[in-house]
Design a binder for this molecule. Structure first.
Ligand SMILES: [Zn+2]
Length: 83
């Protein structure tokens, strides 16, 4: 089993075991998956993936996508502080 550390690509929060996270493939389209949908070893991280810690950050990611004319690619800002 992998012990990889993930941080939210929006707010930077580290993933805890009990968190309810999503993985998102974002480019010209958004593909949103529940974190455990593929299991820990079933996800291909060689494909650019955003790791999202919760609904608030997911909504922010979607808003970034809606605001970007050609998709957000790998250029999502992570500098905003979420309290
Ligand atoms: Zn977050």
């Amino acid at each position: 089993m992998r012990q990889e550390q993930f941080n939210c690509d929006i707010c930077g929060r580290p993933k805890q075991a009990s968190n309810h996270w999503w993985r998102v493939r974002a480019g010209n389209a958004l593909h949103i998956y529940h974190w455990d949908y593929f299991g820990e070893d079933g996800w291909d991280d060689s494909i650019p993936t955003k790791h999202i810690c919760g609904q608030e950050c997911l909504q922010r990611l979607v808003q970034n996508f809606l605001d970007a004319p050609f998709g957000i690619g790998s250029t999502i800002s992570t500098t905003e502080d979420i309290q």
